[in-house]
Design a protein around this ligand. Structure first.
Ligand SMILES: [Fe+2]
Length: 279
């Protein structure tokens, strides 16, 4: 159904880890210090890692912005992750720091295949965290998902709650039918004004994984997902699949494996409400 994955060697692992991850993975986190609008410095980043580990997260994909307004140099990312992983270990934490990137749809065409590999989630060379252009989703995002498919990748659509519009659910349904999965920002399930709209999307089977999209230990969204996950427990169809949402799907994505939701898109409701900021 989906494009075949390209042949690939074993994915990179920072912190000395190898093999398939079977634990909770935060697939969207701006934890690399001093590189985009994320962690301010190494101490901030280490504290983010400690907070995530305390929340039950075992690995974080470090996903700096790959976007024209951030000077993130992809070739430098392995060294930056290794530096952070060493600091995390020195602080006594065991959480792993994995490859990743938040790839703006507007930047996709300018990336070579080896660059896409380098920013793939978990280094698995299969899944790309794809940031839609600001504003309502439109045909350009469908085109980006198709381009990724032609290049042997699949898209994890970042933070749909930032793109609320009357046709959001229908748009997401189309993207999912085309092989994408959807990452919601955990914190927006916890408070108004975004909570109700997020629950509407969950009820429609349009959210697949939760991630923190945290930028700092000191302000903004925390590097945590557990409390938000718990709020999904009473929502059909996702509530019966919390283990898949929390662990199975993120682990597969970080390992570069294909994974299909155990629940279907149930409807295409209107998801009204103010857009959420930050990202
Ligand atoms: Fe982000």
């Amino acid at each position: 159904m989906f494009p075949a994955a390209p042949p690939r060697p074993p994915p990179e692992r920072c912190g000395g880890q190898t093999g398939v991850i079977t634990a909770s993975v935060d697939l969207h986190c701006h934890i690399l210090p001093g590189i985009d609008d994320g962690a301010r410095d190494l101490g901030d980043a280490v504290e983010m890692a400690r907070m995530a580990q305390a929340d039950g997260i075992d690995a974080i994909c470090a996903t700096p912005h790959i976007r024209h307004d951030h000077d993130v140099r992809i070739r430098e990312l392995p060294e930056r992750r290794a530096e952070l992983a060493a600091a995390v270990r020195a602080a006594g934490a065991t959480i792993a720091i994995l490859p990743g990137g938040e790839v703006a749809a507007t930047a996709l065409a300018g990336l070579e295949d080896d660059e896409l590999d380098a920013v793939s989630l978990g280094g698995g060379r299969r899944w790309i965290l794809l940031e839609p252009a600001p504003g309502p989703l439109d045909d350009r995002l469908d085109a980006s998902v198709r381009e990724l498919g032609r290049r042997g990748r699949r898209a994890l659509i970042a933070h749909p709650e930032r793109h609320l519009a009357p046709d959001l659910a229908a748009r997401l349904g189309g993207l999912i039918a085309g092989g994408a999965l959807v990452q919601a920002t955990a914190a927006y399930l916890l408070s108004d004004p975004t909570r109700d709209g997020m629950r509407v999307l969950a009820r429609a089977g349009l959210l697949h994984v939760l991630a923190s999209d945290a930028h700092s230990s000191r302000a903004g969204r925390p590097p945590a997902t557990a409390a938000a996950l718990a709020t999904l427990a009473d929502i059909d169809p996702v509530g019966a699949h919390l283990e898949w949402i929390a662990r199975t799907a993120p682990a597969a994505i970080a390992a570069g494996s294909d994974v299909s939701p155990p629940f279907a898109v149930t409807s295409a409701p209107h998801a009204a409400g103010p857009p959420a900021g930050g990202g």
